[in-house]
Design a protein around this ligand. Structure first.
Ligand SMILES: NC(=O)c1ccc[n+]([C@@H]2O[C@H](COP(=O)([O-])OP(=O)(O)OC[C@H]3O[C@@H](n4cnc5c(N)ncnc54)[C@H](O)[C@@H]3O)[C@@H](O)[C@H]2O)c1
Length: 249
C-alpha cells in the first residue's frame, strides 16, 4: 500500500491525486494552508477505502519541511511517494516587482521541494519504491509577461530534478518533474485577473492547444500515479508533460 505525502493538495491537482490514491486504498497525508479545503477533502475521503491524514501548515515557512516530514512519518510509518505540488504564481509588471515578491515565489516553488525532500530522506531511503515528484509547469518551457519568478522557479525545478536524480539514484530513489499545461483549477485566478479581457485570452490560449481545451485535475492525477508506481521503476531525472499538446506546437 503506497504511503504518499502531498505538499499542497487541498484543491486542484493535489486533491485529485489524493482522491486517486485513496480510491486505491493508499495512505495519504495532505499538507496545505487551506483549512476549509482540507476539511472538504477529508469529507470526500470518508467514502474512500484509503486512509487520509491532513496537516494544516503554511509550507512557505522555513520550519515547515521538518514539521511535515515528522507528521507524515508518525501518521503513515514512512513515505513511498513525496509529491511536492504547492505553487505560487504572482503577476505584476516588471517595474512593480519587489525582492519580497521574488522571495515568496522562491520559498514555495523551489525552496520547499528541495528542503522537504531533504527532510523526508530517511523515510524515502527506507521505502522499497521511493518516488519524488515535483510539480513544475509548461511554464518551465515557455514564458508569459508579468510572471518572471514563476517561470524562473518552475524552470529551476528541472535543474533540481536532474541534480537530485543523480544524487539519489544510487539509493533507488527516483526524482521526476510533472509539467501540467493549462489545467482548470483555482490556481490561474491570478493570471486571469492580470488579463485585460480574460475570455478573449482564454479563447486564444485554447485555440493554440491541439486538444482545444483546458485539462482537468483528474486528467493530471493518473500521471502522478504512474510516476509513483512500479511501472516507472526505471524512470528518473526526467519530466512528464501533460498539456493536451500545448508545447508540441
Ligand atoms: N492549473 C494550472 O493550469 C497549472 C499549470 C501548470 C502548473 N501548475 C502547478 O500545479 C500545482 C498545483 O496547482 P493547482 O493547479 O492544482 O492549483 P490549486 O491552487 O488548486 O492547488 C495548489 C495547492 O497548493 C496549496 N498551497 C499554495 N501555497 C501554499 C502554502 N504556502 N502552504 C501550504 N499550501 C499551499 C493551495 O492551498 C492549494 O491547495 C502548482 O505548483 C502549479 O504551479 C498548475
Amino acid at each position: 500500500m503506497t504511503r504518499t505525502l502531498i505538499a499542497g493538495g487541498a484543491t486542484g491537482i493535489g486533491a485529485a491525486v489524493a482522491r486517486l490514491f485513496l480510491a486505491e486504498g493508499g495512505q495519504v497525508m495532505v499538507a496545505d494552508v487551506n483549512e476549509a479545503g482540507l476539511d472538504h477533502l477529508a469529507r470526500q475521503a470518508d467514502d474512500l477505502p484509503g486512509n487520509l491524514t491532513t496537516c494544516h501548515v503554511d509550507l512557505a515557512r522555513p520550519d515547515a519541511p521538518a514539521t511535515v516530514a515528522e507528521r507524515a512519518d508518525a501518521a503513515m510509518g514512512g513515505v513511498d511517494c513525496l509529491f511536492v505540488n504547492a505553487g505560487l504564481m504572482l503577476a505584476a509588471r516588471l517595474e512593480d516587482w519587489t525582492p519580497e515578491m521574488w522571495d515568496r515565489s522562491d520559498a514555495i516553488n523551489l525552496r520547499l521541494p528541495m528542503f522537504l525532500t531533504q527532510a523526508c530522506l530517511p523515510a524515502l531511503r527506507a521505502s522499497e519504491n521511493a518516488s519524488v515528484i515535483y510539480t513544475s509547469s509548461t511554464g518551465a518551457l515557455r514564458g508569459h509577461a508579468g510572471m518572471p519568478a514563476y517561470h524562473a522557479t518552475k524552470s529551476g525545478i528541472l535543474g533540481l530534478v536532474r541534480a537530485l536524480a543523480d544524487e539519489l539514484g544510487p539509493e533507488g530513489i527516483r526524482v521526476n518533474a510533472l509539467l501540467p499545461g493549462w489545467i482548470d483549477t483555482p490556481f490561474n485566478n491570478g493570471f486571469w485577473d492580470h488579463q485585460q479581457d480574460p475570455d478573449d485570452t482564454r479563447a486564444r490560449i485554447e485555440a493554440g492547444i491541439p486538444m482545444r481545451r483546458h485539462g482537468s485535475a483528474d486528467e493530471v492525477a493518473g500521471t502522478v500515479r504512474y510516476l509513483a508506481s512500479e511501472a516507472a521503476r526505471y524512470v528518473t531525472g526526467t519530466r512528464l508533460v501533460v498539456d493536451g499538446g500545448y508545447t508540441a506546437v
